[in-house]
Design a protein around this ligand. Structure first.
Ligand code: CMP
Length: 145
């Protein structure tokens, strides 16, 4: 089934985005939107609100707002699960043992500097895509510049 998902490339690997794109391309996913941006602490906290009670929340928010990130909309068959499988286990060290060809195994450092995020469900994908690529319909006049 054709799906859309959000891939967030975190500050640790923004300079290696080409390598990540190569793996995305090899997995038959299309990049249908892309944006480089920087999140404020508040924006990062909003994005990760489901984790706000976790012990690592402050670390996570601090790291994700520490530099530029690249948000990608990926599209393809089973895009949600394919991208998460491509990322590999959350902790990059575990990824090196359990999924040595995964993105986190190859480019990640630990559980915080772990290359990227992927939506974990279609509902999460819808929310997270809207976060980075808000639909502009009904939100004011079109940009006529
Ligand atoms: P992500 O896919 O972005 O979604 C939640 C994030 O929380 C996860 O990747 C990790 O970066 C982070 N995370 C999960 N578990 C831990 C942990 N034990 N220590 C630090 N960060 C964690």
């Amino acid at each position: 089934k054709k799906e859309r998902t959000l891939a967030l490339i975190k500050p640790d690997v923004v300079t290696k985005i080409g390598d990540v794109l190569e793996l995305i391309h090899s997995s038959n996913l299309l990049v249908t939107k892309a944006k480089m941006t920087a999140l404020t602490g508040k924006q990062a906290a909003d994005f990760y609100v489901e984790h706000q009670s976790k012990p690592f929340f402050n670390n996570l928010v601090q790291f994700v707002s520490s530099g530029p990130v690249v948000a990608l909309e990926l599209m393809g068959d089973e895009a949600v699960s394919i991208w998460r499988r491509l990322l590999g286990p959350t902790d990059s060290s575990a990824a090196r043992k359990e999924a040595p060809r995964s993105v986190r195994a190859q480019f990640g450092t630990d559980a915080v500097k772990n290359v990227g995020h992927g939506s974990d469900s279609l509902a999460a994908a819808a929310r997270e895509l809207e976060f980075f690529f808000p639909s502009t319909v009904g939100h004011g006049p079109p940009n006529t510049a």
